[in-house]
Design a binder for this molecule. Structure first.
Ligand SMILES: [Fe+2]
Length: 370
């Protein structure tokens, strides 16, 4: 497995999947001493891009990512759900391009088979009241149902109604601070932040992870789309995170609001000024010209999440037209990709077409640990 990105002596960050890995996702595995946090365990694919459906390479990558996520989620002490879009949240019904159904949903969030460490959490809510969760083998911190769309609410219903077992705590995270005093770990959940510039797509939460002994921290933006909103950039600036994993603007999108571009560029500049390193991916890597855009707007390249751990970027969705054009492959059913990944041992199998070698090695190395 690629070495995770280290922040000080305690925090290790391993990006699991994002557009630069070849799928729609923004999932991270964060290790702090011997405890682990899994952020936004889900994966999806654009049903249509350039008028074309997902290429078999994308299907296979998505199936591999799903398999890796199922493995990691069984070990995680904390799972964070930033909002209820399919690329961040495993939807509890059949979704072909997300490799999800009710059983996958259940396993993703509520399988605590290997997360046996019991932890004592101290939680501070926005009114400065303190609550304690003791002996929690799994803490799930999720965006509340406030200020989200009707569609997201429908998807989140099974999640909030799930009969959690002893040891699992399901808690809304909006503007709460979760501390593990024995470890010196603090998780700050920053909400309610708009998905992009306004709340038409519902709100999201951002996550800040802090080592309290050094106050070194890393921020994960989820879907701020830039950031576009001045509230989001203000919240990030106030916390001065050393590392920032940003989703960037959707400049590729035909409905990208160009009149907001200048504001977004300034917001990213402001974050770059207070942080040691900004990584940009997710929406940003759906555009083929993401590096050229960086150079033009900021005079430098913000590496994507793959590059943060020394991989080359796959960006399969933005390359979809070329993928279909260069390597014509017979129709490949999403189910076939799942069967390829699960029926044989993916560590040794020869896949029916060439997948970006770096990515394949990356996912295979995860599966070696299964
Ligand atoms: Fe997203």
């Amino acid at each position: 497995m690629r070495k995770p990105l280290r922040l000080g002596k305690t925090i290790s960050i391993l990006p699991i999947a994002s557009e630069s890995f070849g799928v729609r996702s923004s999932s991270f595995y964060i290790m702090f001493h011997d405890m682990t946090i899994l952020l936004d365990p889900s994966v999806s694919l654009a049903p249509r891009r350039y008028g074309k459906k997902p290429h078999p390479c994308e299907l296979l990558t998505a199936a591999l990512v799903r398999r890796v996520l199922l493995h990691l989620s069984s070990k995680a002490n904390v799972i964070i759900v930033s909002h209820y879009h399919g690329d961040h949240y495993t939807i509890p019904w059949k979704r072909y391009y997300e490799y999800s159904d009710y059983a996958v949903f259940e396993k993703t969030y509520f399988n605590t088979r290997y997360s046996s460490t019991e932890l004592d959490w101290k939680v501070r809510n926005p009114d400065n009241e303190t609550e304690y969760f003791q002996n929690a083998s799994r803490l799930i911190i999720a965006k509340s149902l406030a200020d989200i769309t009707w569609n997201q609410k429908k998807r989140a219903l099974a999640f909030w109604k799930y009969p959690v077992s002893n040891g699992t705590i399901l808690c809304d995270g909006d503007n709460k601070i979760f501390c593990l005093e024995d470890y010196g770990l603090r998780i700050e959940i920053i909400g309610n932040i708009t998905h992009g510039c306004d709340s038409s797509r519902g709100n999201i939460i951002m996550t800040l992870i802090v080592d309290e002994s050094s106050e070194r921290s890393v921020l994960f933006s989820s879907d701020v789309e830039g950031p576009c909103s001045s509230i989001a950039v203000g919240e990030i600036k106030r916390r001065k995170p050393e590392l920032v994993f940003l989703d960037g603007p959707s400049f590729y999108h035909p409905r990208f609001e160009h009149h907001l571009e200048e504001q977004i560029v300034q917001n990213v500049d402001a974050i770059s000024d207070i942080s040691k390193q900004v990584f940009m991916d997710h929406h940003f890597n759906r555009g083929l010209e993401r590096d050229a855009y960086c150079r033009e707007k900021w005079g430098k390249i913000f590496p994507d999440f793959s590059r943060s751990i020394g991989l080359t970027s796959a960006n399969l969705e933005s390359r979809r037209k070329d993928l279909w054009g260069n390597a014509p492959i017979e129709d490949f059913d999403p189910q076939e990709a799942w069967e390829t990944v699960t029926s044989e041992d993916p560590r040794d199998s020869d896949f029916p077409f060439e997948l970006d070698t770096n990515m394949l090695q990356h996912f295979k190395s995860f599966l070696k640990e299964c």
